[in-house]
Design a protein around this ligand. Structure first.
Ligand SMILES: Nc1nc2c(c(=O)[nH]1)N[C@H]1C(S)=C(S)[C@@H](COP(=O)(O)OP(=O)(O)OC[C@H]3O[C@@H](n4cnc5c(N)ncnc54)[C@H](O)[C@@H]3O)O[C@H]1N2
Ligand code: MOO
Length: 474
């Protein structure tokens, strides 16, 4: 049985699951949301695949607000300001970033304003506090501007004039507007030393996104900056692709949990951890994991529990030619057959109590390669994720014996490899890939040095430096 045929059969077995969970298109071409969708709190949506477009229910920013801590003004009032000839404006209180609406700003005046606070009607620019004498900013006792300020001259300061008092300013500026805080009224003055034009340091409502505008398209794999955008729009829940629920059963009386002491003849269960991690990395959810020994009755019970708790069951071990192949014994509706690949030769697919089951061989490299070759992209597709792309690379000399590595004829090999980015080999600028760790399917620790599988076609009988190959990222 070829890898392609087995892959097609597995695809068929899982077709219903994948179509139900995949972002199919509705009649209008938009992703359908009727099936395979669940709603999750925005704070828990990280890594999920968005099932529908997210549009802004309101403009962002919601209201015109200040970009700086400073003074809201009419730009026209400070158009002629300079360091030598500051414009002096009476200060009508303070507007902080707090609930509520500020009073309008009267012509010829300023109001202290904090970053994010609403800019009052009548103001069209903000002068950062650094561009003023900062005289009143920190709520010091009202303090007249420095001695070079002058009243009456359109607020323009002139050297040598007498100091201003708040009452001077009050008289000059006319009736005080009702400010946003108890300091409302013309209680002090500020010198503006830099001219401003309309719009300076004002963040207009809708300048980020308008009401009804698209913020996140369906299919977005939600990263922190995506959920931040949704939250900023006030969206508390997001529709996301449902994740396929996978149950994992590792079999073998020799297995103990990692972290537990292992006695003679015992080994630590790597496959349950490997498969659970692989499922999660492919956008699935691990609904159940259980380890069971080589006892048929116990295995039957375990497998039925797994089948009843998930959309699909994966098993590891118990499928070759030994005396205690419990998976083979228990699963009557599973086709067991050798696939022409290495590692991962003994494969099975079928159902238990109606639930699709895939049986992977127990050798830990074989289990992991089986997942990559037969299940990874199907799970990704079900969850709305793109397939993991294959690449081409050129085999480097490292890791190969002199004269190359023999590859069994008629079996597709998936060797472990490490890509040397930046070290191109071959004419087409392809990356170099070195074989690492050896081909044995028990070499699970050595596999940790790999970042790809090197796909050696069935008809190829040897791998040599300079050969062009397909690589699959791990
Ligand atoms: N006479 C034959 N023997 C074997 C054949 C064959 O065709 N004829 N095929 C070999 C190949 S290839 C593979 S792959 C394995 C598949 O064996 P099983 O799927 O039955 O797996 P087990 O026998 O249970 O275990 C194999 C190996 O892997 C270790 N193992 C099992 N589970 C785990 C786990 N969860 N974590 C870590 N390691 C695990 C187990 O201890 C064995 O060493 O069969 C060959 N034999
Ligand atoms: O097919 Mo097995 O997976 O080679 O070790």
């Amino acid at each position: 049985m070829s890898v392609e045929q087995h892959r097609a059969d597995v695809g068929q077995l899982l077709a219903e699951l994948i179509e139900g969970g995949s972002p199919g298109r509705g009649a209008d071409g938009r992703p359908a949301t009727a099936t395979g969708v669940e709603v999750v709190p925005v704070g828990e949506a990280l890594g999920r695949v968005l099932a529908d477009d997210v549009v802004a229910p309101e403009p962002l920013p919601r209201f015109r607000n200040s970009q700086m801590d400073g003074f809201a003004v009419r730009a026209a009032d400070v158009a002629g300001a300079s360091a030598d000839a500051p414009v002096v404006l009476p200060v009508a209180g303070e507007i902080a970033a707090r609930p509520g609406r500020p009073e309008p700003l009267a012509p010829g005046s300023a109001v202290r304003i904090m970053t994010g606070a609403p800019v009052p009607h009548g103001a069209d620019a903000v002068v950062p506090v650094e561009d003023t004498d900062m005289g009143t900013f920190n709520r010091e006792a009202p303090r007249p501007p420095s001695s070079d300020a002058v009243p009456g001259d359109h607020g323009r300061a002139a050297p040598g004039d007498r100091e201003l008092s708040p009452s001077d300013l009050r008289g000059r500026a006319g009736p005080a507007p009702t400010g946003a805080d108890p300091h409302a009224g013309f209680d002090a003055a500020v010198q503006v030393r830099v001219p401003r034009t309309s719009g300076d340091f004002v963040r207009e409502s809708g300048s980020d996104v308008g009401a009804g505008d698209l913020v996140l398209p369906a299919g977005t794999v939600l990263a922190p900056h995506h959920v931040a955008a949704a939250a900023a729009c006030g969206i508390g829940e997001l529709p996301v692709r449902r994740r396929i629920r996978v149950a994992i059963v590792s079999t073998g009386s020799e297995l103990v949990a990692p972290g537990e002491p292992a006695g003679p003849g015992q080994i630590w269960d790597a496959n349950a951890v490997a498969l659970a991690a692989a499922v999660r990395a492919a956008g699935g959810v691990v609904a159940h994991t259980e380890r069971v020994g080589d006892d048929e009755a116990a295995a039957r019970e375990t497998l039925r529990r797994a089948a009843s708790s998930a959309d699909v069951v994966i098993t590891s071990g118990g499928v070759s030619q030994g005396a205690h192949e419990v998976v083979k014994e228990v699963l009557a509706d599973v086709v067991f057959r050798p696939v022409a690949m290495q590692p991962g030769g003994p494969q099975g697919f079928g159902r238990l109590d109606g639930t699709p089951v895939l049986t992977f061989p127990g050798n830990p490299v074989s289990t992991q390669v089986s997942f990559v070759v037969f299940l990874r992209d199907l799970l990704r597709r079900a969850g709305g994720l793109p397939p993991v792309g294959e690449r081409r690379a050129v085999v480097g000399p490292d890791g190969l014996p002199d004269g190359g590595l023999a590859s069994p004829s008629g079996k597709r090999q998936f060797l472990r490899g490490r890509v040397r980015e930046g070290r191109s080999a071959g004419g087409a600028g392809l990356p170099a890939v070195d074989a690492v760790g050896g081909p044995g399917s028990h070499l699970v620790a050595s596999m940790a040095a790999a970042d790809v599988l090197i796909d050696v076609p069935a008809e190829v009988t040897g791998l040599n430096a300079g050969d062009e190959v397909t690589i699959l990222p791990l």
